[in-house]
Design a binder for this molecule. Structure first.
Ligand code: IFM
Length: 443
């Protein structure tokens, strides 16, 4: 009997996203996305790289699904490229785009795997950004609902788990405030808050469109990347303090979803920078969900019993993209989300780490740092499950080394190594370790 065990029926999956692995950036009628545009700007991406080819998954999808199956995964979380389906973001649908995702979904089902479909993982059709102001404008939220309906109409009879958005905070903050992600904007606070409101609204409208098009058993959820902390001590005062900090820091994105309102204190503090909201928006945004997915890699702080936040900078080992390795974070985040929002079923929809891989002369990739990372983090998931938190599955990020946004291919998150010259795939030691974990449902 393994020492660390997971509940019966626990869903073991791997994940990736369209722009990061597909390539084929202009194939078969696909329109440009904001990322196709952003990568062409000098200095935007390390070494001037693009996702034009990425892992060429668009052409190698069957081989990739075989690999997932061989590694024992029961589910694959992928995202649909909106401009592949609707090249201009609105209006005409490109049937060849939907054909690709249909092949992918059928391929998963043939291999006995569960498709988990995300509708938006950051590749907005460029026409919506350039012609309509992108997420600054309400029309983009309405367009998203239309797009969601088209995908659901084609794949709804075969996909059981649907996600509207992946990590809205990144779309809004990195895309429209910091500008290190597409569309590379640096907007004032007022506009950023409006962008967030439109993303939330798009989620709510998307849920409505999905519910209208999907069979009744289909499950609809959202994937977010909460700001995370862990308590210094496991005593009640400290845990309460950490939970309060967690709640306050995540309220702007999660309160509208689960409470139908923005947090009052933060709203008041914004003064003239509050977003414009139309009657009914908050009700739309708070549409009931079947699950919440959490993408978690690191903890931003350790919280003391007085609510003080302390950074990890000097004390913890760090991954190749400088994120602190904090294995306990999965336990605390799952527990806090459950306790604060009673959000129902939870999934870890992304977890993993970037490390430079060491390819031995025998061709084997011995990523023991990643293996140890996964071992530590998965203990937190098992602990949460054992204490009754309804965590239903875990998705490793990522199945393949891929295009890590502004870092290009320099940061390797894959459990399968990709040689970006030959595009050869080589499972790493961590993939073999995970295969054993999945087979035993524990370790
Ligand atoms: O690669 C990203 C992914 O697209 C979203 N979540 C975090 C990952 C690692 O940075």
């Amino acid at each position: 009997m393994p020492a660390t065990r997971f509940p019966d029926g626990f869903l073991w999956g791997c994940a990736a996203s369209s722009y990061q692995i597909e390539g084929a950036h202009d194939a078969d009628g696909k329109g440009p996305s904001i990322w196709d545009d952003f990568v062409s700007r000098p200095g935007a991406i390390r070494d001037g790289q693009t996702g034009n080819v990425a892992c060429d998954h668009y052409h190698r999808w069957a081989q990739d699904l075989d690999l997932m199956r061989e590694l024992g995964f029961r589910a694959y979380r992928f995202s649909v490229s909106w401009p592949r389906v609707q090249p201009a973001g609105t209006g005409a649908v490109n049937p060849a785009g939907l054909d690709f995702y249909e092949r992918l979904v059928d391929g998963l089902l043939e291999r006995g795997m569960t498709p988990v479909c995300t509708l938006y993982h950051w590749d907005l059709p460029l026409a919506l950004e350039q012609g309509h102001g992108g997420w600054r404008r309400r029309v983009t939220a309405e367009a998203f609902a239309d797009y969601a309906g088209h995908v659901a109409a084609r794949l709804g009879d075969r996909v059981a788990l649907w996600t509207t958005f992946n990590e809205m905070p990144v779309s809004a903050i990195n895309g429209y405030k910091i500008g290190d992600h597409a569309p590379g904007a640096q907007e004032p606070e007022r506009v950023v808050r409006q962008v967030i409101h439109h993303l939330l609204l798009a989620h709510g409208l998307g849920v409505r469109a999905l519910r209208a098009a999907l069979p009744s058993g289909a499950r609809v959820g959202l994937v977010t990347n909460p700001w995370c902390c862990v308590p210094f001590f496991d005593d009640e005062d400290c845990v309460d303090a950490a939970r309060a900090v967690f709640e306050r820091r995540n309220a702007w994105f999660l309160d509208p979803i689960y409470r139908g309102s923005y947090p009052a204190e933060e709203w008041a503090a914004l003064g003239p920078d509050v977003p414009t909201i139309e009657p009914g928006d908050l009700k739309t945004i708070a549409a009931p969900l079947d699950y919440l997915g959490l993408n978690i890699y690191s903890s931003a702080a350790v919280v003391g019993g007085d609510g003080s936040e302390h950074d990890y900078e000097r004390w913890f080992p760090r991954t190749d993209n400088d994120w602190a390795v904090t294995p306990e974070v999965l336990y605390w985040a799952l527990r806090f989300v459950h306790e604060i929002y009673g959000a129902g079923d939870l999934y870890i929809t992304e977890n993993g780490c970037a490390y430079p891989d060491q390819m031995g002369p025998d061709g084997a990739v011995r990523d023991y740092a990643r293996l140890e990372y996964l071992r530590g983090y998965l203990r937190g998931v098992a602990r949460a499950a054992a204490e009754g938190v309804p965590v239903r599955g875990y998705f490793a990020w990522s199945i393949l080394d891929n295009f890590e946004w502004a870092h290009g291919t320099s940061k390797r998150f894959g459990i399968v190594h990709v040689n970006f010259e030959t595009l050869a795939r080589t499972p790493k030691a961590s993939a073999r370790w995970l295969r054993n974990v999945i087979a035993a449902n524990g370790f």
